[in-house]
Design a protein around this ligand. Structure first.
Ligand SMILES: Cc1cc2nc3c(=O)[nH]c(=O)nc-3n(C[C@H](O)[C@H](O)[C@H](O)COP(=O)(O)OP(=O)(O)OC[C@H]3O[C@@H](n4cnc5c(N)ncnc54)[C@H](O)[C@@H]3O)c2cc1C
Length: 403
């Protein structure tokens, strides 16, 4: 009997993803479910699982991880935040709201997501800093890296953060990230002073800065500080001062506030993160040809809503659905942008407004704020449903109209 012809091997559907931070591995995991072979290219020479401070992941982000079946694994090192309690600079409680987020060290979140991707067989390549992108015929894209090497794929997604090189390559005229006139700091302290690990995140309107902290099970205190700075710090500012000098500056800044702030700052071990806070209000387009931007690369939001990571995860599931259901990447990218842009731009504006409300006021402004805060918190609770309640039904199909 003549031998049956061997059917041609289907061309590998190689999806290139620049950036193995938060959004990149989540997208890669969804893409493996749609028949793609994703590859993650990460600029860092090696994993840094202690990088960054911590963040609170909203239930909308957790919902995406649940769809992947990895929420418990990824958030194993986190702890629930079940209540936000606000106080004035004297420590007097002026309002509170229920909360449903997970407080987790950023490095451990990155590590867990990367490990889930690796366990799913996804290739993660470190030391691969994307510098340029070259398009060919539809469905053919080449990524160029800092060492001169290149790689080909069917499309490329830039999940490479707020200073995205993908964005710079594809949209050289796109607006740069915008300084929000805020400086953020964060660290970890060991002290018994602030109380027990009861799931409460305590937020204090200090006289010259906003201070928040939560005691985690095990007793470690996760804290952050935000204050206003009208002029944008020079590039390299954060590295130009030592952790000790920055701690002393923060202690002086909060000298008139409740004593706990100083105690937590003094008890801080290890590095103190410090960042000028930026957002990216409106990049005119999030895709061109076979290249798309997601996460902070497309729409970085200032941290005042605690939503950037969750929104990147939302992006990942929506984009994967578009790639699964529409005939080619270009149609998928267009649908993705029309589905996501209104929500994202609204939230970026909202985060800016929230940041503005943290700005310290004079005595009259403070008294008014203390009086009005419970009312604003009730309003905030209604709004939280729009932010936190967003869920993507993975099984529902997307149409070309982006619905
Ligand atoms: C102070 C602060 C507090 C925050 N708090 C919260 C919070 O409480 N809750 C929340 O949800 N969000 C928070 N965020 C926002 C959140 O951190 C970001 O929105 C989130 O990290 C975005 O994920 P991403 O994957 O898009 O980008 P990133 O996490 O920045 O990941 C990008 C990855 O790309 C890599 N990369 C960069 N350039 C290249 C290149 N050229 N080639 C290849 N790889 C590259 C980077 O090394 C990195 O690993 C906060 C942000 C800040 C600054």
């Amino acid at each position: 009997m003549p031998e049956a012809p061997v059917p041609p091997t289907p061309r590998e559907r190689r999806a290139l993803i620049a950036g193995c931070g938060i959004t990149g591995p989540v997208l890669a995991l969804f893409l493996t479910r749609c028949g793609y072979t994703p590859v993650l290219f990460e600029a860092r020479p090696e994993p840094d699982d202690h990088a960054g401070s911590f963040l609170n992941l909203g239930p909308n982000g957790r919902g995406v991880l649940e769809t992947l079946g990895i929420a418990d694994t990824v958030l194993a090192h986190g702890a629930a935040t079940t209540r936000l309690v606000f106080s004035n600079h004297k420590g007097r409680t002026i309002g509170s709201n229920p909360e449903h987020t997970t407080c987790v060290k950023r490095g451990l979140l990155n590590k867990a997501l990367r490990e889930c991707a690796e366990q799913a067989g996804i290739q993660v390549e470190f030391g691969r800093r994307l510098t340029d992108v070259k398009g060919g015929r539809p469905g053919e894209i080449t990524a160029v890296f800092a060492d001169g090497s290149t790689t080909d794929g069917e499309f490329l997604v830039g999940a490479d953060g707020i200073n995205s090189a993908t964005r710079a390559a594809v949209f050289p005229g796109a607006p740069a990230p915008s300084f929000t006139q805020g400086i953020g700091s964060g660290g970890f302290a060991r002290t018994h002073a602030p109380g027990s690990p009861d799931g409460t995140f305590r937020m204090m309107f200090g006289l010259r800065g906003f201070f928040g902290y939560q005691v985690l099970p095990g007793g470690e205190v996760y804290w952050f500080e935000n204050h206003t700075e009208t002029s944008e710090p020079a590039r390299g500012w954060a590295a130009s001062i030592t952790d000790g000098e920055w701690r002393e500056q923060l202690i002086r800044r909060h000298a008139g506030d409740h004593r706990l702030v100083g105690e937590i700052l003094r008890a801080t071990e290890g590095p103190i993160g410090r960042w000028p806070l930026y957002d990216l209000p409106s990049v005119p387009a999030w895709h061109q040809g076979d290249v798309a931007l997601i996460g902070d690369a497309a729409h970085a939001i200032s941290p005042h809503l605690g939503q950037g990571a969750a929104l990147g995860m939302e992006d990942a599931v929506v984009l994967a659905k578009c790639l699964r259901d529409l005939p080619h990447a270009r149609a998928a990218f267009a649908a993705f942008e029309s589905l996501r842009r209104p929500r994202l731009e609204g939230l970026i504006r909202q985060a800016r407004r929230t940041g503005g409300q943290m700005t310290p006021a004079g005595p009259v402004g403070r008294a008014l704020r203390d009086l009005m805060l419970p009312f604003f918190l009730r309003l905030g609770l209604k709004n939280a449903e729009t932010v936190y309640g967003y869920r993507v039904d993975w099984s529902a199909p997307v149409t070309a109209a982006g619905r």
